[in-house]
Design a binder for this molecule. Sequence first.
Ligand SMILES: NC(=O)c1ccc[n+]([C@@H]2O[C@H](COP(=O)([O-])OP(=O)(O)OC[C@H]3O[C@@H](n4cnc5c(N)ncnc54)[C@H](O)[C@@H]3O)[C@@H](O)[C@H]2O)c1
Length: 250
Amino acid sequence: MRVKDRVAIVTGAAQGLGEGIALRLAEEGAKIAAVDVQEEGVNAIAERLRGMGREAAAFSTNVADKVQVQALYEAVAAKWGRIDILVNNAGITRDAMMKNMTEDQWDAVLTVNLKAPFLLIQAASRYFAEQKYGKVVNIASRAFLGNVGQANYSASKGGLVSLTRTSALELARYGVNVNCIAPGPMNTPMVKTIPQDVFDRMLKSIPLGRIGEPLDIANAVLFLVSDEAAFITGQTIFVCGGRSIGAALV
Ligand SMILES: NC(=O)c1ccc[n+]([C@@H]2O[C@H](COP(=O)([O-])OP(=O)(O)OC[C@H]3O[C@@H](n4cnc5c(N)ncnc54)[C@H](O)[C@@H]3O)[C@@H](O)[C@H]2O)c1
C-alpha cells in the first residue's frame, strides 16, 4: 500500500473528483477526512470507505470559512494525532462573459477556489512543520491558461498554480511537497452543466478523444502524495488528454 496509515484531508469529497480521490487514497491505506458542504453526500462517502475496512470520518465544513477550517483541523488532529496529506479539491464555477460577470460571481469563485486552499495550507503548515512531513495537492484546471466565459474561474486557478509554487518554496524546509494538477474536462456533475454544443466542440479539442474520469485524477494525486514523487515539488501536472498542448489535430 502506497499511503498506508497516512491521514488525508480531501475537500469536496461528496462527489466527482473528490469522491474518486478519497476512494483511491483509501484503497492504498490512507485514513480519510472527507470534507464537503454537502453533509449527506460526505457522510455517505465516509460510510462507504468504512465499509471497505478503512478509517474515515465525514466533516461538514465550508472550506472558505476560517473558523470552520480551524475546527476541522482540530477535530482531525484529535482523532488521528497528525495530518499528512491535504488535497484541495473543492471548487465551484459561476460562468459569465466578463462584460456581464457580477461582483458576486467573481467573489464566490475566488473565495472557494483560491482563498480556501490558502486557509487549508496555512492551517496544515503548523502540523507539517512539527512532523517534518507533509504532502499537498491542489486541484486547479487546464482553464488557468484562459477560458472564454470563465474570467473568475481561470483567474482563481491561475492563482492556485502560483500559490502552489510559493507554498512549495516556503514549506520545502520542512520536507513538504506541494504540487498541483490541472485537469481537463472530467466526467463529473460539474461538467454536466456545460451546454451540449460547447461540450461537443470541447471534445474535438482533446487529442486523446475523450473526457477524463475521476480515476485519471485520483491516480495522479496518489502518485504525487506517494514516496515515488518525493523529489517533485512546486509543479503543475496537466491531466487533460493532451488538451493543454494546444496544437491543431490533422
Ligand atoms: N469537472 C471538470 O471538468 C473539472 C475540470 C478541471 C478542474 N476541475 C476542478 O476539480 C475540482 C473538483 O471538481 P468536480 O468536477 O468534482 O466538481 P463537483 O462540483 O462535482 O464537486 C465539487 C465538490 O466541492 C464541494 N464544495 C463546493 N464548495 C465548497 C465549500 N465552500 N466547502 C466545502 N466543499 C465545497 C461541492 O459540494 C462538491 O461536492 C474543482 O476544484 C474543479 O474546479 C474540474
